[in-house]
Design a protein around this ligand. Structure first.
Ligand code: PRT
Ligand code: ZN
Length: 294
């Protein structure tokens, strides 16, 4: 029987849907139903272990899973709390679930910046990362560890500031708090331990990572098609973001027009299209690329 690669994923929460969607885009066929801990991938030798995000780094480190998808914030926190004993490291950045771990305080309170923190209390669910920031910056403040609802700490007067994850900033704003320092930037990451995998699992992992790479690249990459006067081709191709060697095809008709087609590996903004139009480009089409392999 072939070894099945075991991937630890968040069962439910902010990471879960995007993690499932990424794996599905990589061609894995599975369904997540009910409260089961394990889901079997039907078309590849892969099992999904569905758990709480906080458990993912230690499951990977302790061989309950081979790899995992988790927020970098959770990985770094678990590493610090374990005093770097945790055998789990980033194998690949995944670009979704971006957020920041920020220090924030009431707009009118006594803490307005990092230089006011000494002698005060900071509420957080991230004592490891916050503690590292304090010691690296020589700040002597007290950490108040909470399990959740950290944003309420200043109003119930158990801390003068908080250190919490921020994405849109709406939660801080709703609680009259302002971020004054970012201490960690985070995104979802694929993690693995330093343990050697069996040849079988290693092959599956290589294949999966290549496919993830393709999915991430094709998300940004677009195929651009446009018509342009021959004289403007140089300027137009210089403006195409992240494209080399576009295809130039002469067009029939009285005007000296060519069709330009290019793969753009960077985001194509509206501003870019407006710039292309100013240079004389017409009939501009931007098409998504479904899959890529180089
Ligand atoms: O049940 P389980 O333990 O698995 O899940 P959880 O409740 O611990 O985590 P979950 O699902 O909330 O978050 C999982 C991961 O998503 C986090 O570890 C981060 O890597 C990432 N992530 C991205 C976020 C946010 N954005 C985020 N905004 N995690 C939490 N938040 C919270 C934040 O704590 C604050 O309460 O959302 C609020 C702020 O959001 P804004 O948009 O108002 O700024
Ligand atoms: Zn959690």
């Amino acid at each position: 029987m072939t070894d099945r690669l075991k991937i630890a994923l968040q069962k439910k929460g902010r990471l879960a849907e995007d993690s499932f969607a990424l794996l599905k885009k990589c061609g894995l066929r599975f369904s997540i139903r009910g409260g089961g801990l394990l889901a079997r991938v039907k078309n590849m030798p892969i099992d999904l272990l569905l758990v709480r995000d906080d458990d993912i780094p230690s499951f990977v480190a302790n061989n309950a899973a081979d790899i995992g998808i988790v927020g970098e914030n959770v990985l770094v926190e678990e590493q610090l709390v374990s005093k770097n004993e945790l055998d789990a490291a980033i194998a690949m950045r995944l670009g979704f679930s971006r957020c920041k771990l920020c220090l924030a305080a009431a707009e009118t309170g006594k803490v307005q910046s990092a230089s006011d923190l000494s002698g005060t209390r900071i509420a957080t669910t991230y004592p490891g990362v916050t503690g590292r920031y304090l010691s690296e910056n020589g700040i002597d403040a007290k950490l108040v560890e909470m399990k959740g609802a950290v944003e309420l700490a200043p109003s119930i007067q158990i801390a003068e500031s908080i250190c919490d994850l921020v994405s849109s900033g709406a939660t801080l704003e709703a609680n009259g708090l302002t971020a004054f320092e970012t201490i960690l930037e985070s995104e979802a990451v694929l993690i693995r331990s330093a343990r050697e995998l069996s040849a079988n699992k290693s092959d599956i992992l290589d294949k999966l990572m290549n496919r993830i790479d393709g999915v991430l690249k094709s998300a940004e990459t677009k195929y651009i098609m446009l018509n342009a006067p021959k004289s403007a081709v140089k300027e137009i191709t210089d403006l195409l973001p992240g494209s080399d060697s576009p295809t130039i095809i002469p067009l029939g008709g009285p005007e000296d027009l060519v069709a330009v087609q290019a793969v753009c590996t960077e985001t194509v903004f509206w501003e870019t299209l407006e710039g292309l139009k100013t240079l004389g480009a017409r009939a501009i089409l931007v098409l998504p690329i479904e899959k890529m392999m180089s």
